[in-house]
Design a protein around this ligand. Structure first.
Ligand code: HAM
Length: 416
C-alpha cells in the first residue's frame, strides 16, 4: 500500500525536521507578541467559494458528508480566521496578533515544492490599518527566515501594492467586476507565455506589459521600504509590482518570499486583506487585516540546499533527540533494581533508556552511543555499587546505589 499521491509519511527523521521548523516558527512569532490559535480542518465549502478565488476553489479537497453538507479540507487559513474573528472580535482587544501552525490540503498537480498536503505557519494582524503593522509583519517574516540561518544572500521578499494596479484600472475606467480576472492574469504573467496573457488582457495588454517591463512603485511601498531600512532590514526586500498574488481577497500591500537563486517556488506569501472580514460576515464586522503564510515544503528544500542552514538544523535535531542516561543491565539479577532506579530518574525528568531483554554488554554500550546518551549506568557484579561512565570522556567510577542520584544530579553534562 502506498500513500496517496502528494501525501507524505513522516519517519522519525522527517518528524524531527518538522518539529525543528515548528519550534522556530513558534519561537519567533512569540518574540513578536503573537499568540497561537487554530481552527477546524474541515469547513463548509461555501467559505472558500465566497472569496478565496477560482484557483483555490479549483483545488479544493471537497466532498459531501453524511449529513449532506458540502465540506472541504482547509486549503488555507485566512477564510477561517475571518470567520472566527467576525464571531469573536468583541472578546479581544485590537489589534489581534495571532499565529497558527497547521496542515492544509490542496488538490494540486504534484510537483517539486507542491504537494497535496503541507504545513503552514500563518501570522495575521487584525484591526490595525497603520502601515507600521505592515513593517512589523515583514520584519517578523524576515526574522523567522534569519532564525533558520538564512541571510540576504539566500532569500528575498518581493513586495508589491495591488493598488498600483487597481489605480491604473480605475483611471482607465475598467469595470471593477473585471478587476479580479485582470489581476489574476497579471499574477500569472510571469509563469505564462506572453501571447496567453495578452489574450486574457485584451486592449490592456500593451500598457500592462509596458509597466511589467519598466517596473514601478507606490508611496505606500516606498514608506514600507523606509520602515524596514530604519530597522536595518531593507536588504531583504525588493519592490516588484509583478507580484499580484493569486488569492482574490488582497486589497493593498502583497508580498512573496523567494530563494535568491530563483530556483524554487515561493516560500511564503501574504498581504493586506482589509475587506475580507466584512465580506464574509455580510458587513456585520469590518476590520482591516494583514498576514502571511509560510509553507514547510519549500522551506525544507531551501534548508537542505543551504549548507549553513542545513548544518544548524542537523545540530539542533541531534541535540533534541539525545537521551541523558542509558542503563546497562550487565546481570539479569539486577534488572529489578535497575528498573526501580530508572523509574525514579524518569520521574525527575531525565531521558532514560535501557534494553528490554537480555543483551550483551558491548551491544548495550553501542545502543547508549547511538541514542546519544551522555552517561551510562551499569548494574552488574559491583552491586550494591553501580558503575557510572561519562560517555564523552570515558571516565568511569563506582558509586554506592544510595549515592547515585546525588552523583548524577551533580554531573554538569546532565544539567542542560
Ligand atoms: P499561499 O501563497 O497560497 O497563501 O500559501 C502560502 C505558502 O504555503 C506558499 O508560499 C507555499 O510555500 C505554501 N504552499 C501553498 N500551497 C502549497 C502546496 N500545495 N504544497 C506545498 N506548499 C504549499 C495563503 O495560503 C494565504 N492564506 C496566506 C495569508 C495568510 N495571507 C494572509 N494571511
Amino acid at each position: 500500500m502506498q500513500p496517496l499521491p502528494g501525501f507524505r509519511d513522516f519517519l522519525p527523521s522527517d518528524c524531527a525536521a518538522r518539529n525543528y521548523i515548528f519550534a522556530k516558527w513558534r519561537e519567533i512569532a512569540r518574540r513578536y507578541g503573537f499568540v497561537e490559535w487554530d481552527g477546524p480542518l474541515l469547513e463548509p465549502t461555501g467559505l472558500y467559494r465566497k472569496k478565496s478565488g477560482d484557483e483555490i476553489v479549483g483545488q479544493l479537497f471537497n466532498f459531501v458528508d453524511k449529513g449532506e453538507r458540502e465540506v472541504s479540507l482547509r486549503p488555507e487559513l485566512t477564510p477561517t480566521l475571518a470567520r472566527v474573528v467576525a464571531a469573536h472580535e468583541r472578546e479581544f482587544k485590537k489589534p489581534l496578533k495571532w499565529f497558527s501552525i497547521g496542515q492544509f490540503f490542496r488538490y494540486e498537480k504534484q510537483q517539486r515544492g507542491r504537494l497535496r498536503e503541507h504545513f503552514q505557519l500563518n501570522c495575521d494582524i487584525v484591526g490595525e490599518a497603520a502601515p507600521d503593522a505592515d513593517v512589523d509583519l515583514l520584519a517578523l517574516c524576515i526574522d523567522i527566515l534569519r532564525a533558520f540561518g538564512f541571510t540576504e544572500e539566500d532569500f528575498v521578499i518581493r513586495i508589491s501594492d495591488r493598488e498600483f494596479w487597481t489605480n491604473i484600472l480605475r483611471t482607465r475606467k475598467i469595470d471593477p467586476s473585471d478587476w479580479d480576472e485582470i489581476l489574476q492574469a497579471i499574477d500569472k504573467s510571469q509563469r505564462e507565455r506572453r501571447e496567453k496573457t495578452a489574450a486574457k488582457l485584451g486592449e490592456l495588454a500593451g500598457p500592462v506589459f509596458k509597466l511589467l517591463d519598466q517596473g514601478g512603485t507606490s508611496e505606500k511601498l516606498d514608506r514600507l521600504v523606509e520602515g524596514l531600512r530604519e530597522r536595518g532590514l531593507a536588504q531583504f526586500v525588493s519592490v516588484d509590482v509583478r507580484i499580484v498574488r493569486g488569492l482574490a481577497y488582497y486589497t493593498g500591500i502583497v508580498f512573496e518570499v523567494f530563494d535568491r537563486a530563483g530556483k524554487l517556488r515561493a516560500i511564503a506569501g501574504g498581504g493586506r486583506y482589509d475587506n475580507l472580514i466584512a465580506q464574509l460576515s455580510d458587513n456585520a464586522v469590518s476590520l482591516p487585516a494583514l498576514g502571511f503564510a509560510m509553507g514547510d515544503v519549500v522551506l525544507g528544500e531551501l534548508i537542505n540546499e543551504t549548507p549553513g542552514a542545513r548544518e544548524k538544523m542537523r545540530y539542533a535535531i541531534a541535540a533534541a533527540d539525545k537521551i541523558d542516561i542509558y542503563v546497562v543491565i550487565a546481570k539479569e539479577d539486577r534488572r529489578a533494581d535497575a528498573l526501580a532506579q530508572i523509574q525514579q530518574l524518569r520521574d525527575l525528568g531525565y531521558r532514560v533508556d535501557y534494553p528490554f531483554g537480555t543483551t550483551k554488554v558491548p551491544k548495550q554500550f553501542q545502543a547508549a552511543e547511538q541514542f546519544g546518551a551522555r552517561i551510562a549506568v551499569l548494574y552488574g557484579d559491583e552491586w550494591p555499587q553501580v558503575a557510572v561512565k561519562n560517555l564523552a570522556t570515558s571516565e568511569q567510577r563506582l558509586v554506592a546505589r544510595e549515592d547515585l542520584l546525588a552523583h548524577l544530579q551533580a554531573q554538569p553534562s546532565l544539567s542542560s
